[in-house]
Write a protein that binds this ligand. Structure first.
Ligand code: C2E
Ligand code: CA
Ligand code: CA
Length: 532
């Protein structure tokens, strides 16, 4: 894989991983929130049910209590005198089955049977009592075997006399404690230690089914509680989660997509280039150009280098095409202009010395390059001749020729870089009217080895001469190439044979001859990049 593709791929992968992570977190958080809200809803449902059930039981028991207390004065009064009031109260309080008066431990008067004479302890062992009593019991006289709620109100300090009421608790419980699936499978009345379950009074109602739990809600007024059994809100919420999955997937996909869009700039190579410019990670190098006749340095080409702290050295072959693709080539060229101007004092200060800067064709659109030169180059009044190198692979035919003319008028020279590698067209060559053709290093390398390409070299040289365009050969690595080019009339040479690109600060020492000539690198010239 090409380094540029590898870098882009790495950024894409990072972005993708981030999206996956955020989408997964969103998925988990959405389900978590749904779990939490469903669980809270279930808990609230149970609480509301219990509160309502206890409140309605209390509201039924309150008037019964009032009646019991008011009837306490009747204990001791003969039954035939009290009976009418007992009946009247029993009739008024619909849930009350019977009311009885007890004297000296004996039930002597009942709203149902009238005069009686039964020890109350026979009917209910816990009676008589000095304290008020509320108990679940099974009726023994009227409708024997049916559950009742016994209510006792003592009327004498020794607790031997008092009023006893029996309440149709079965009906009351059936009305107030209806199951409410799925959360309330069963609701049971609890009075003291007894529970009313399926018309029976029992002492233990542990949930039999596994996974069911019990919630108990006590009355603040009476010794009773409502006990509901059903699935635990947590388990029920967990059970409801599969239904929430489609929603969670949708939200997490949306999050992933938004992250993908939002990171398009921040997690991209273009963001990295911007960061690099801001942090001055780019360094300008220069490579001398020498006169073929006497090897005298007559100019330099400015070349960018990028020391990226995260990726290491990145070759211009990688980042320049990417910068062109991402519309960042103009800012990079401005960076080069600014840096070159800052180092102008290191170059010979004469108009015979030229400084070549590589410019992308896109920078020529709407005259942006002219504005930039007016802003970043000319205000510093450089003595040196400015030359712009345009690479032929950039869509030269699309160039705005009025801008080219204006550049010529401003005294800027134009060179066509890598000449012969792109789609050369003689007509635009004529219209562009370049000052220099730079013979691509692949043709220089072919000299003496590759018959076809060295023929092309000869043709380019002939073309330059015919159109009276100066020729510069790049990539000169051997004296054989140097001799050949010189003999064929190429006036300026550039290549490792004379100097490799160097930091601008090293240039004065190189010019003074203090730097040793470079070791020739046999590396093959690289072809222009093609990115998907
Ligand atoms: P280019 O404009 O054709 O630059 C010449 C390239 O050939 C440079 O590679 C240079 O180091 C290399 N070179 C010079 N002499 C020899 C030689 O004798 N043998 C061999 N094998 N190579 C030689 P570099 O610096 O890696 O730049 C690569 C390309 O990146 C440049 O090709 C140019 O198209 C682009 N580039 C570099 N700096 C800039 C810049 O500031 N702006 C723009 N737009 N493009 C730039
Ligand atoms: Ca160049
Ligand atoms: Ca070139």
């Amino acid at each position: 894989m090409h380094p540029a593709q590898r870098i882009i791929y790495r950024y894409r992968r990072k972005r993708f991983i981030l999206c996956i992570i955020l989408a997964t977190i969103t998925f988990i958080v959405t389900l978590g929130l749904r779990y939490y809200t469903v669980q809270s809803d279930y808990k609230r449902e149970i609480d509301t049910y219990n509160q309502r059930a206890v409140a309605s039981l209390e509201s039924v028991l309150e008037p019964i209590e009032v009646a019991r207390k008011s009837l306490a004065v009747l204990t001791g009064i003969p039954c035939d005198m009290a009976q009418y009031q007992l009946r009247e109260q029993a009739a008024r309080l619909q849930t009350v089955r019977s009311i009885g008066l007890v004297k000296q431990g004996n039930l002597y008067c009942s709203s149902v049977f009238g005069q009686r004479d039964i020890p109350i302890s026979q009917l209910q062992p816990s009676l008589p009592s000095m304290h008020p009593v509320m108990r679940l019991a099974i009726a023994s006289s009227l409708l024997p075997g049916s559950p009742i709620l016994l209510l006792w109100e003592p009327s004498s300090p020794d607790g031997q006399s008092g009023v006893i009421q029996t309440v149709n608790i079965e009906l009351l419980a059936a009305l107030t404690l209806k199951p409410q699936p799925p959360m309330i499978e069963k609701a049971v009345l609890n009075v003291a230690n007894d529970y009313l379950v399926d018309k029976k009074v029992i002492q233990d109602i542990r949930p039999r089914k596994p996974g069911l739990v019990e919630h108990r809600f006590y009355s603040k007024r009476y010794p009773l509680a409502v006990v509901v059994t059903g699935p635990s809100p947590g388990a029920a919420a967990l059970k409801s989660l599969p239904a929430q999955i489609p929603l969670a997937i949708m939200i997490s996909l949306l999050t992933g997509y938004i992250t993908w869009l939002a990171t398009a700039t921040r997690m991209s190579f273009s963001w990295e280039i911007n960061l690099g410019m801001a942090a001055h990670e780019f360094e300008v190098f220069c490579q001398p150009l020498v006169r073929a006749r006497d090897r005298q340095c007559i100019g330099v080409e400015i070349l960018l280098r990028w020391k990226n702290p995260r990726q290491g050295w990145i070759s211009p072959d990688v980042f320049i095409p990417l910068a062109e693709q991402q519309d960042l080539i103009a800012p990079l060229t401005r960076y080069v202009l600014i840096e070159t101007v800052r180092h102008l004092h290191l170059f010979p200060s004469t108009e015979q010395f030229h400084i070549s800067i590589n410019v992308a064709a896109s920078h020529f659109h709407r005259g942006v390059i002219i504005k930039d030169l007016r802003r970043y180059w000319f205000p510093y009044k450089p003595e040196q001749q400015l030359m712009l190198e345009l690479t032929e692979r950039d869509a030269l035919p699309d160039m705005d020729y009025r801008i080219v003319r204006e550049l010529h008028q401003m005294g800027v020279q134009l060179a066509i870089d890598d000449f012969g590698t792109g789609q050369s067209s003689l007509s635009y060559l004529e219209r562009l009217n370049p000052n220099v053709l730079k013979i691509d290093k692949s043709f220089t390398a072919a000299i003496g080895t590759d018959a076809v390409n060295s023929t092309v070299t000869d043709i380019i040289i002939a073309l330059g001469k015919r159109l009276k365009i100066a020729l510069v050969a790049e990539g000169v690595e051997t004296e054989l190439q140097e001799g050949y080019l010189r003999r064929h009339g190429v006036s300026v040479l550039q290549g490792y044979l004379f100097a490799k690109p160097m930091p601008i600060a090293d240039f004065p020492r190189w010019l003074a001859g203090d730097l040793p000539p470079p070791a020739i690198n046999k590396e093959k010239p690289r072809s222009a990049l093609t990115l998907r």
